[in-house]
Design a protein around this ligand. Structure first.
Ligand code: SAM
Ligand code: SF4
Length: 332
């Protein structure tokens, strides 16, 4: 099978596809309370278009897809799309990143789809009031319902995404590690990035990888580093005798780019070689102008070849050099 290879020798087999830019929450670190620019519906890729793009990419070696957004479950018919996608035999894994608010009613159905192996649930606090302050919505009980279900699911691996926000939730880092004591869950501490729909905020106090790890090391006498897949986005650890694991994602300090195996397609069909680039071309316009599958293949192969070496190079290459778009528009 022809593969997607970049000029730095990396093979790309992982697609992050944003289902929509819309969301039912307004997380402080992701978008402003009002005024985030959501696109007109016709600018979003249709599910048919997404299905086709995944089919073509999976013919080029992409065997893992993460569905994200915005919030994937706010888009009507998302469950049908999931089912359709699970019939793609070239895919080994389809995973979902969600805020969990609408998830409870779909969980049993999702458990039946064999290719869905894990759910990344975004949860930045275990405190009701803090949840409301961070997300500007009062949906904590729904998210906890999803959390409880996923914790006890034998089929779905639960990964918790915790964005470490200075002066907001760092006092809960240890509480989240303690969740791994008796449960086989993976907690992932993510460095906050300026993708918040506003732009750079005062990051003097950024809790970066080192700060997070030092904080944890001060609390535990032993922490074991564990082996992870080469392309893992997180550096992973375990407290001896705890059932689960925790990891730190250097999303902003970008020390993991060497082994990157990912590409992204935003909800409007912008192809991105890197989270920090501005989008390389509109696959949506390309297919709406009549591109054949072979045209698409050629374009993907050529574009991936030029994947920037790392997130810093991608950022330097931006025409608009301020990073201010919302993660919901990019697809987190
Ligand atoms: N709505 C879904 C959710 O929240 O899980 C999926 C989309 S969200 C953009 C994907 C992930 O990006 C979430 O785990 C979220 O916490 C993370 N994220 C959003 N904005 C971020 C930022 N500025 N810095 C770091 N992570 C961010
Ligand atoms: Fe919505 Fe996810 Fe962004 Fe929060 S992080 S506003 S849940 S897209």
């Amino acid at each position: 099978m022809t593969q997607l290879l970049d000029k730095h020798g990396r093979t790309i087999n992982y697609l992050r596809l944003a289902i929509t830019d819309r969301c039912n929450l307004r997380c402080q670190y992701c978008m402003p309370e009002i005024g985030n620019k959501f696109v007109e519906r016709k600018q979003l890729l249709t599910f048919k278009e997404m299905y086709r793009l995944v089919r073509v990419l999976s013919g080029l070696g992409v065997n893992k897809v993460r569905l994200t957004g915005g919030e994937p479950f706010v888009r009507t018919d998302f469950m049908n799309f999931l089912e359709m996608l699970s019939f793609n035999n070239n895919l080994d894994e389809i995973n979902i990143t969600t805020n969990g608010v609408l998830l409870p009613k779909y969980l049993q159905e999702i458990e039946k789809l064999s290719k869905i192996k894990s759910i990344n649930l975004s949860l930045d606090t275990l405190k009701t009031h803090r949840f409301a302050a961070i997300t500007r919505q009062d949906s904590f009980s729904k998210v906890m319902e999803s959390f409880e279900f996923l914790k006890s699911s034998e089929k779905l691996k639960l990964k918790l995404n915790f964005v470490v926000q200075s002066e907001v939730n760092t006092d809960e880092i240890i509480d989240f590690i303690e969740l791994t004591k008796n449960e086989n869950i993976a907690v992932r501490f993510i460095e906050e990035m300026p993708f918040n729909g506003i732009g750079q905020k005062d990051f003097n106090q950024l809790w970066d990888f080192k700060t997070i790890l030092t904080h944890i090391q001060q609390h535990y006498s032993h922490i074991n580093k564990i082996d992870s897949a080469k392309s893992s986005t997180s550096v992973n650890f375990k407290i001896p005798n705890y059932k689960g694991t925790f990891g730190i994602i250097p999303a902003f300090t970008r020390t993991i780019c060497n082994d990157c195996n990912r590409i992204r397609i935003t909800s409007t069909g912008m192809f991105k070689n890197c989270l920090f680039d501005e989008g390389v071309f509109s696959v949506r316009d390309f297919i709406r102008n009549g591109a054949s599958d072979d045209d698409l293949k050629e374009l993907f192969i050529n574009t991936v070849h030029h994947k920037p070496e790392n997130g810093f190079v991608a950022e330097q290459n931006r025409k608009n050099n301020s990073i201010s778009e919302s993660m919901s528009n990019i697809g987190g």
